[in-house]
Design a protein around this ligand. Structure first.
Ligand code: ADP
Ligand code: TRP
Length: 328
């Protein structure tokens, strides 16, 4: 069975964009691949978060991912900082990563521009740490968004360089796992193209019916169609795109027909959309609440994940150390 590795940022809540754009696919591939999902708390140290915030944010993220369907029986779900082998591999790989190529990374240049007062070495070598996460489990596939493609390319370069330098095929070259036709872009309801944390337009999985309904009822619309069968402007198409994710085909068709004969009432469309989003989110939210309360369960999940991840990591590290010449 081939291996998939994916890191999860250690801050923020999950919104419908994360759910339909990424997480739902992660849930689906757990059967077909040997999956490693981890909370990337080491990565987050580049921005110097407060020590006291970690526990709560790791717990929150873990509860949300488990509630949405990541299964600790099928996948290895762990916290990055629980696996010290990653840091050792990071040291080995850092020797093969050149300052120039790291400085050329788009994400690095972007961070330097935004936070010129905190250009630390960890920020420069962020892609090397990410390569360590991936190569640690000798991954074949990494599900990546556009913004992470360059990082994955660096992981490939480092895998190749290591294998060539030490003349051992220790690391397979990890490839981008693309979900093809299941790849959806979830729009925002404020007229902007994409739902996102930084866009401030998220509908979150932890939100209750009232909060969600309020957000949906405030969605931006226009003054309505004036000609039959006209093309939908972006703000309206956005509502339909969301509807197609959470409602039945019949419901979508019903509102499509109303649009086409110009009898559509946006209030009705929003009410239906709100109800169907609530229907979709409610069971997940209920699971989030239950899992969050169950500290024993969360501890069990991370302990089991840590054990499985360290076993795989130790095996890889043994090969890497041997290739480098450390083993006696
Ligand atoms: P945000 O944009 O809210 O900061 P992230 O960048 O942390 O979200 O998202 C993590 C992953 O979730 C992305 O790589 C992408 O696969 C998915 N994702 C986020 N927002 C959307 C969206 N609006 N539509 C589709 N997928 C999304
Ligand atoms: N850098 C990724 C992000 O910001 C998170 C991440 C860390 C990751 N290590 C990884 C993703 C390894 C995939 C594989 O989203």
């Amino acid at each position: 069975m081939e291996t998939v590795v994916s890191g999860i940022r250690s801050t923020g809540h999950l919104h419908l964009g994360n759910y339909f754009g990424a997480l739902r696919n992660f849930v689906a591939i757990q059967e077909q691949y040997n999956c490693y999902f981890f909370i990337a708390d080491l990565h987050s140290l580049t921005t110097h978060p407060k020590p006291g915030d970690f526990h709560a944010s790791v717990k929150t993220i873990l509860a949300e991912y488990l509630a949405a369907g990541l299964d600790p029986e099928k996948s290895t779900i762990f916290v990055q900082s629980d696996v010290p082998e990653i840091s050792e591999l990071y040291v080995l790989l850092n020797m093969l990563a050149y300052k120039g190529e790291l400085e050329r990374t788009a994400s690095f240049k972007d961070k330097v521009r935004k936070n010129p007062e905190n250009v630390n070495a960890g920020l420069l070598t962020y892609p090397v740490l990410m390569a360590s996460d991936i190569l640690m489990h000798r991954a074949n596939w990494v599900p990546v968004g556009k913004d992470q493609e360059q990082h994955l390319e660096i992981a490939r370069v480092l895998a190749r360089r290591f294998n060539n330098l030490y003349n051992e095929e220790v690391f397979p070259e990890p490839k981008a796992l693309v979900f093809g036709k299941n790849l959806v872009k979830v729009p925002g309801l404020d007229g902007s193209g994409k739902m996102g944390k930084s866009e401030g337009n998220g509908i979150y999985l932890f939100e209750d019916d009232k909060a969600i309904t309020k957000k949906v009822m405030k969605a931006v619309t226009d003054s309505g169609p004036t000609e039959p069968n006209s093309e939908k402007p972006e703000v309206i198409q956005n509502l339909f795109t969301l509807l197609s994710l959470v409602s039945t085909p019949d419901t979508v068709q019903y509102f499509d027909e109303k649009w086409n004969d110009c009898s559509i009432r946006y209030g009705d469309l929003k009410k239906q959309l709100a109800a169907d989003i609530c229907e979709c989110v409610r069971p997940i939210r209920e699971r989030i609440d239950a899992i969050y309360q169950d500290e024993d369960y969360l501890n069990r999940v991370t302990r089991m994940g840590c054990e499985k991840a360290r076993e795989s990591a130790a095996a890889t590290l043994k090969l890497a150390r041997k290739a480098v010449g450390f083993s006696r």
